[in-house]
Design a protein around this ligand. Structure first.
Ligand SMILES: [Zn+2]
Length: 438
């Protein structure tokens, strides 16, 4: 396949008249300043590498708009989320997730990290196939045409020393050994070009100390990404200090759970020593700004984390909106609010978080760049919309990151296959799929 981009993001700068050629799912040649070949598909606008949504819980999308009527806290929001979780089964979750992943595709997301903890029937009894819901999520991503890393989460208790109750019974495998057996079965059959399996610790609230070590060891043994919610709320820090006498970050470090294959999600309420531990171990941090603001989590020290050595990625998490450009600019703009200083991250650094760093956090190393050998993921942002018209060539990256939205994404190619054209998903009618699923 050959595409001819009016402008494209090549090697951290904008180039004009870029010919992009692919064979199968890989780019084979990227040529700026090329004459337009007559048979190439034209991509008017700025073509970026595919975005990675490194933290998603697909079913939380059902709360969009509905959770805004109440005031409350993170914890009252969680009660609403549990009521949605109560009602899902593998078929209804597959339908909902197909709509969510197709909405992501339409927004330029070519790979999702699905942090998955809704494993079992209401009450906790496993389905006949204990990975029925995980399989439904893999199938939903295939239907939407995007890649998925299914981050299968271990969830064993309702707080340090507190048994699971109510909806949480659906999340639990009983022990780290049982979690491992279920994930091993998933690994045995999930070999597919569009899917990978990763590991997750729900949080230090939900996984006791010895089990954290067991899950981290399993992930290391299999070279899998390991994701964990970290210090999203001060209450989690307090509970951890009471139970173990250390911060959640320190507990993870002492359990062997930090390192370059690990991504800490949120990392909002940290001590200076926590920041050093995350940075010095090369642990990644996935920030989810639209969710963190929606849930009144607070502002994490993202600039300090980046300087300490933690690569930053982005997630839409509970999907109050699905727009990686909004998440990317929030990294910079929220840091301005926190520090009252401008200019922490360049547009190139924000695009890196939205693209290759996100793919790397999900275990897809050769994705998120427009270069030969990389997966052929192309996301084109129009430059003639009310938001982007009048952009000047020397500031197109800034226009995309600071002014464009997901609604400006017109064309998406994932792994060499066109999945969105003229802003519409080619296989899934997203609004109709939502009306049906919700
Ligand atoms: Zn989350």
């Amino acid at each position: 396949m050959r595409w001819f981009a009016e402008f494209a993001w090549v090697g951290d700068r904008v180039a004009a008249d870029v010919l992009l050629e692919s064979d199968g799912d890989r780019l084979t040649r990227v040529t700026p300043g090329a004459p337009p070949p007559p048979e190439a598909r034209r991509l008017p606008g700025l073509t970026l590498p595919g975005f990675a949504d490194a933290h998603s819980h697909a079913f939380h999308r059902a709360l969009r708009g509905r959770a805004q009527a109440d005031r409350g806290t993170f914890w009252t929001w969680r009660d609403q989320m549990y009521r949605v979780a109560d009602r899902l089964d593998p078929d209804s979750y597959r339908a909902l997730a197909t709509a969510v992943f197709a909405e992501m595709a339409s927004a330029g997301i070519t790979c999702v990290g699905e942090f998955h903890y809704l494993h079992h029937r209401p009450g906790g009894e496993p389905y006949a196939d204990p990975n029925a819901i995980g399989d439904a999520l893999l199938a939903a991503a295939a239907e939407a045409g995007i890649r998925i890393t299914l981050l299968d989460a271990c969830y064993l208790e309702g707080g340090p020393g507190v048994p699971l109750t109510g909806t949480q019974l659906r999340f639990g495998d009983g022990s780290a050994a049982a979690w491992r057996e279920r994930v091993r079965a998933l690994l045995d059959r999930a070999e597919s070009p569009h899917a990978r399996i990763g590991a997750a610790l729900h949080s230090v609230r939900a996984v006791p100390r010895d089990a954290i070590g067991a899950v981290a060891g399993f992930a290391r043994e299999h070279g899998m990404p390991l994701h964990v919610h970290l210090s999203e709320q001060p209450a989690e820090n307090d509970a951890c200090l009471r139970a173990y006498g250390v911060t959640p970050t320190r507990l993870l470090a002492e359990s062997g759970a930090l390192g370059p294959l690990t991504t800490a999600v949120h990392a909002t309420h940290l001590t200076p020593a926590d920041i050093d531990l995350l940075g010095s171990t090369g642990t990644g941090v996935c920030v989810c700004p639209t969710t963190e603001r929606d849930l009144a989590d607070g502002l994490g020290p993202v600039g300090d984390l980046a300087r300490a050595g933690s690569p930053l990625s982005l997630g839409s998490d509970q999907h109050a909106v699905i727009d990686l450009l909004e998440e990317a600019r929030a990294l910079e703009l929220d840091e301005r609010l926190r520090t009252r200083v401008r200019g922490h991250f360049t547009a190139a650094e924000l695009l890196a978080a939205a693209t290759w760093r996100g793919h790397a956090a999900l275990g897809w190393e050769s994705a998120g760049r427009l270069e030969p050998g990389a997966l052929a993921d192309l996301v084109t942002v129009r430059l003639d919309s009310p938001r982007t018209a009048g952009a000047v060539p020397e500031h197109l990256a800034e226009t995309a990151v600071f002014a464009a939205t997901a609604a400006d994404v017109t064309s998406v190619v994932a792994g060499g296959r066109e999945i969105v054209r003229d802003g519409r998903h080619l296989r899934v009618d997203v609004p109709a799929a939502y009306r049906e699923a919700l």
